[in-house]
Design a protein around this ligand. Structure first.
Ligand code: SF4
Ligand code: SF4
Length: 349
């Protein structure tokens, strides 16, 4: 038994060393692309960022996902087992209670993986949705069609959860190319289910769709794209939604690997750096959000969590008893060259 545990520990240590090595290579590749282009790094380009307030607590409650999309920056898949413990979830609820009482916390943003498939998801939603704060579910849509999730749309509606749903295009071909065969069809069925319970129709049930580019380019203007989404989804499938968010792909993890494999990283980094827009700095999420990884480690954003760039001070959620804790606000945000994705063009965060 002890031997089994030792072997398992050795495997985990080796995997974590390999992951750290890969991260170093990817980070170096981003820096090298900028060096080759003769372009300043993010640190040389942008001023130091600081968090003004924690008005949004983002929790990544687990990496298990029923999909394995090729643009996934958290590298989720049906094989991932990492999940937030009950102890951490209890602490999240407590911090939300306190933040809501103080009037500083506005939003609990729950992400994953497919967060709805974490056994503690519904408990967190039930407890926090009564606090007068907004609760967001980062939903991949197809989860609504999974066995056992037939009542998910009703559950989300009952607790007035804001659904932010990935749909990277209105064409089946593009969605299936990024997210897997058959994902578009199931996503459309899920959206219809959400509309049926009032999402996108009733003002208190917000349904936002998320677009991200299918290739190494910036998203087109959000307003134009939103019109196209409304027309295509409305005319063909009768789907309505609240708003469209156009996000830029961040060159880390699975997406960085893809760019490297295809020889596209150099051009993509040049595009991001040359599209730097200082006007986006006031709204990048690290200036108002705190990100909690499934193991409780704290980060300035979810992207930093995925590339092991902990916030200064290397705090854990359990070290913090208030979201107004000075240690969360008084330190500079940790940035890297991937931050050019948040500050390119109209911005994306
Ligand atoms: S649905 Fe989301 S979390 Fe799951 S693999 Fe795709 S991008 Fe990642
Ligand atoms: S990647 Fe994270 S730290 Fe960098 S600008 Fe974006 S939100 Fe801020």
């Amino acid at each position: 038994m002890q031997d089994d545990e030792q072997v398992q520990r050795m495997i985990e240590e080796r995997e974590s060393e390999r992951a750290a090595e890969r991260m170093r290579e990817e980070t170096a590749a981003l820096g090298e692309a900028l060096r080759v282009a003769g372009t300043p790094t993010f640190a040389q380009t942008a001023p130091t960022l600081t968090r003004r307030v924690v008005d949004t607590l983002q929790i990544n409650i687990g990496l298990y996902c029923n999909q394995a999309c090729n643009h996934c920056h958290v590298e989720s898949s049906p094989l991932r087992t990492e999940a937030m413990s009950d102890e951490l979830l209890d602490h999240v609820i407590e911090l939300c209670r306190e933040g809501a009482k103080e009037g500083t916390l506005r939003t609990l943003d729950i992400t994953g993986g497919a967060p709805e498939l974490h056994p503690g998801f519904r408990r967190v939603v039930q407890e926090t949705s009564q606090l007068g704060i907004e609760v967001i579910d980062r939903c991949n849509l197809t989860v609504l069609m999974e066995p056992g999730q037939e009542d998910l749309a009703d559950f989300l509606a009952e607790h007035k959860v804001r659904v932010v749903a990935s749909l990277p295009c209105y064409s089946a071909e593009n969605v299936d190319a990024q997210r897997g065969f058959g994902v578009f069809e199931r996503s459309i069925a899920a959206l219809q289910r959400l509309n049926d319970v009032g999402y996108g129709v009733d003002k208190s049930l917000a349904l936002d769709l998320v677009y991200n580019p299918g290739g190494p380019f910036l998203p087109p203007p959000q307003e134009k794209l939103e019109v196209a989404y409304r027309t295509e989804l409305g005319d063909l499938y009768g789907i309505v939604f609240t708003s469209l968010l156009a996000l830029t792909n961040v060159p880390i993890k699975r997406y960085a690997d893809r760019l490297i494999r295809r020889g596209e990283l150099q051009a993509y980094m040049e595009l991001l750096a040359s599209s730097y827009n200082s006007a986006t700095l006031s709204s990048v999420m690290c200036t108002y959000l705190l990100s909690v990884r499934h193991d409780g480690a704290l980060f300035d954003c979810d992207f930093n969590a995925q590339i092991e760039m902990p916030m200064a001070g290397r705090l854990s959620l359990l070290d913090v008893s208030s979201l107004a804790d000075e240690r969360l606000l008084s330190r500079p945000v940790v940035t890297g060259n991937h931050c050019f994705a948040c500050t390119a063009g109209a911005g994306s965060s």
